[in-house]
Design a protein around this ligand. Structure first.
Ligand code: PLP
Length: 372
């Protein structure tokens, strides 16, 4: 039986194997393994790619969010608004910074932060305690930044973008990560730009955030062995940076392949009676970290597809506010999170990775139709 995985990390790396091995080998020979030339180079290349002035390489995407918050002086007693329909990392980072996560609802068509829900939440709270808003560009689709920024600006609250699933996505040609005060990215191997291990970065145009975070990521040092502030250890190592320097050259090409795959899915599923990913706003450039559809009998469909060799996934089966660690412990929008709670029962992530062939996609959509 033909088997199609939901994601294939090895395939993407094998295509650039010799270049990556050369980069690893050169890093070994450099004799410098933490915060050296590779990291600096990557910070410059990646921030420029996003249209930002500065980049701070860190150990992972969760730390990237935490460091931005800490650099902004956000911590105990402060509130930070985000969504519940996200990787738990977004909420964990807010807690790590010491702040209280507040969760608002999403739009059912885009799966990203609902501006109306955000606005209602802010009207109903003491906005002096709300110190940041973190929209998530989920599945590779940009959140409605124009409206979110408009609301945030009315209340003078900074916006931090969680771009962990959206490397290269844009609105009107402007890349995500460059809309708010800073944008956090993860290089976890499954992401659109992936390391061979953990890695993260955040980009910003704010020199104060940049300078502060550079200290905090390394024990609060400005000068070696002299801690000016309290810090942590969260650095992007040279090996991962060297690998990312190679892979960044292929990001646009890979995203193009993802879009081709998504187009084929959408054409073949247009009459299948399922909700397809949002395509109404063509100014929004989707990078399809995931191709997510909505279907009422999701669980049964997933089982049937699995029997026929097609692996799918659910991102995510349970919203953060309903998970054991968080239930009753995070503040949620007074109106409740009805869209968040409905959507998680119906979403299904089809196989998605740049090397997925036309024939593979044909097989997935045929299998899907047989599984309905
Ligand atoms: C992956 C991810 C993160 C965290 O990244 P790590 O590198 O795993 O810490 C944060 N937010 C979202 C939406 C993610 O998908």
């Amino acid at each position: 039986m033909r088997v199609i995985p939901q994601v294939d990390l090895k395939a993407g790396l094998c295509e650039v194997r010799s270049e990556v091995l050369k980069a690893i080998s050169e890093t070994i020979d450099s004799g410098w393994y933490i915060l050296g030339a590779e990291c600096k180079d990557f910070e410059q290349q990646f921030s420029a790619y996003c249209g930002c002035q500065y980049g701070v390489g860190v150990a992972n995407g969760t730390d990237a969010i935490e460091l931005i918050l800490r650099a902004l002086g956000i911590g105990k007693g402060d509130r930070v608004v985000t969504v519940s329909h996200t990787a738990v990392a977004t909420v964990a980072a807010i807690q790590r910074a010491g702040a209280e996560p507040c969760l608002v609802d999403i739009c059912a068509d885009s799966y990203t932060m609902c501006p109306d829900s955000l606005s209602a939440f802010l009207k109903g709270s003491d906005t002096n305690t709300v110190k940041a808003i973190i929209p998530v560009h989920l599945y590779g689709y940009p959140a409605d930044m124009n409206r979110i920024l408009e609301i945030a600006n009315q209340h003078k609250i900074p916006v931090i973008e969680d771009c962990a699933q959206a490397h290269g996505a844009s609105i009107d040609g402007k890349k995500v990560g460059s809309f708010g005060v800073a944008g956090a990215f993860s290089f976890y191997p499954t992401k659109n730009l992936g390391a061979i291990g953990d890695g993260g970065i955040f980009v910003t145009n704010d020199s104060k955030i940049y300078e502060s975070a550079c200290m905090i990521r390394q024990y609060g040092w400005r000068e070696r062995y002299h801690s000016e502030v309290c810090g942590i250890n969260s650095r992007l190592d040279e090996l991962q940076a060297a690998i990312l320097n190679v892979r960044l050259n292929y990001l646009d090409e890979d995203n193009k392949k993802r879009r081709r795959i998504a187009d084929q899915y959408s054409k073949q599923l247009v009459d299948a009676g399922v909700k397809l990913p949002n395509q109404v706003k063509d100014r929004f450039e989707h990078v399809y970290h995931q191709y997510v559809i909505r279907i009422a009998n999701r669980d049964q469909c997933q089982i049937e597809m699995e029997k026929r060799g097609v692996k799918t996934a659910i991102h995510y089966p349970l919203p953060v506010h309903l998970q054991k660690a968080y239930e009753g412990k995070v503040r949620i929008s007074r109106e409740g999170l009805s869209k968040t709670e409905t959507v998680c029962k119906e979403i299904l992530s089809l196989p998605m990775y740049p090397s997925l062939s036309c024939e593979d996609v044909n097989y997935v959509t045929e299998t899907f139709k047989q599984s309905l």
